[in-house]
Design a protein around this ligand. Structure first.
Ligand code: PLP
Length: 414
């Protein structure tokens, strides 16, 4: 795999950076070094233009009007859905539900599928390294139904214990839900194997793909999952838009979640009938510009090629791991053999929040805190970590700037 990736023509990162207007900004008089794409990536001009072009020329409400603008808006909106379908290799656009983001996607499944399927004593299996978005909706569904949450342990590298996972998939397990990539540690989970084991036992699977889709090609049919969730803003698209992929047979058997316009066929006081997929799960006016921006982001990522993106990001990850490991007092948290392009770390004697502030003064944006993964922090007995996360527009020089600033911060505070 590594050799194959190396053989690809490399990305022209200097040119790519010109597509992202924000990367030319100065922060506190220093060139911006943006190492927080894991929290939210930046947008290329193509995405910004697609959204403003839509507002300038095509805006109207979708699905409702016979007039030209409404038809144009509908075509653009549904065109974006088709781009998402292709991006995930889903079988049909009926399987692509537009939502606000990963969080809303998982809540939709927890409330619609979970509340209608779960009974007291049923079990939901998640892992220890989940983002709160893949923990709290299940805790809520458990409170509402009497189901029980089971947590698969991880080891000190941040690798999920596969044997423990298998042993937890029992006769009462109804759902297994896990990240594709951990946002706090960078661990890539073996989702295909995990899904296969669940499916053999008739267990429904949901994958939180928020941190995976910006870094690697995802094929939901190859993975075999029932649900896959991601957010537009981590994929170089807008905030406020995301996707729930649901296998058609599973989605079709689920009750609606929110009620209102667009999700119905007929409404009368003697009864209401619901729309077909995916509209049944899209009540109200959707984020039309957001979906169009997401479609443009997918076109942009496709134009670079996810294989080439993955190859460059692996180089960045290796380089950052080497450079940061050489910083005195720095310890990397999360050392799984298969990692995506982020590095979580602590520096002896320096609180991560102080570090974040010091780096900001040098124009460097990293994330500090619990990364919405408090159980992971608890596992490593840490209040917080600092996290540098990389996208294809980052450079080795930016990692050098980070490493030098970390050495200075340690000298100042450590
Ligand atoms: N899951 C993971 C792994 C994440 O990293 C994030 C965001 O950081 C989310 C879920 C939640 O995404 P959003 O806030 O876009 O809904």
């Amino acid at each position: 795999m590594a050799a194959e990736l190396q053989a690809l023509a490399p990305l022209d990162v200097a040119r790519i950076r010109e597509d992202f207007p924000i990367l030319a900004r100065a922060i506190r008089g220093k060139p911006l070094v943006y190492l927080d794409s894991g929290a939210s990536a930046q947008r290329p001009k193509a995405v910004i233009d697609a959204m403003s072009g839509y507002y300038e020329r095509h805006h109207a409400n979708v699905h409702r009007g016979v007039h030209t603008l409404s038809q144009e808006a509908t075509d653009l909106f549904e065109g974006a859905r088709e781009k998402v379908r292709r991006f995930l290799n889903a079988a049909s656009t009926r399987e692509i539900v537009f939502v606000r983001g990963t969080t809303e996607a998982i809540n939709l499944v927890a409330q619609s599928w979970g509340r209608s399927r779960l009974k007291p004593g049923d079990e939901i299996v998640i892992t220890w390294l989940e983002h709160h978005a893949n923990i709290v909706p299940w805790q809520m569904a458990c409170e509402q139904t009497g189901a029980v949450l089971k947590i698969v342990p991880i080891d000190r590298r941040g690798v999920v214990d596969h044997e423990a996972y298998l042993s937890m998939l029992g006769p009462r397990t109804k759902l297994a839900a896990f990240s594709h990539v951990s946002n706090a540690l960078g661990t890539v989970l073996p989702v295909r194997e995990m899904v296969a084991a669940a499916r053999e036992r008739g267990i429904v699977t949901l994958i939180d793909g928020a941190q995976a889709v910006p870094h690697q090609a995802v094929d939901v049919r190859e993975i075999g999952c029932d649900f896959y969730a991601f957010s537009g803003h981590k994929l170089f698209g807008p905030t406020g838009i995301g996707v729930l992929y649901g296998r058609e047979a599973v989605l079709a058997a689920m009750p609606p979640w929110q009620g209102g316009g667009d999700m119905i066929l007929t409404v009368s006081f003697s009864g209401t009938t619901y729309n077909e997929l995916p509209y049944r799960f899209e009540a109200g006016t959707p984020d039309i510009a957001g979906a169009i921006g997401l479609g443009a982001a997918i076109d942009y990522v496709d134009s670079l090629g996810l294989e080439r993106i993955a190859a460059w990001e692996h180089e960045l990850l290796d380089y950052a791991t080497r450079r940061l490991s050489a910083v005195p007092g720095l310890e990397i948290v999360g050392t799984a053999p298969d990692k995506a392009s982020l590095v979580s770390f602590t520096i002896e004697g320096v609180h991560p929040h102080d570090l974040g502030t010091i780096l900001d003064a040098e124009g460097i944006a990293i994330r500090t805190g619990h990364h919405c993964a408090m159980p992971v922090m608890e596992f490593f007995d840490l209040p917080a970590t600092a996290r540098a996360s990389f996208a294809f527009y980052n450079t080795r020089e930016e990692i050098d700037v980070l490493a030098a600033a970390l050495v200075r911060a340690r000298e100042m505070l450590g």
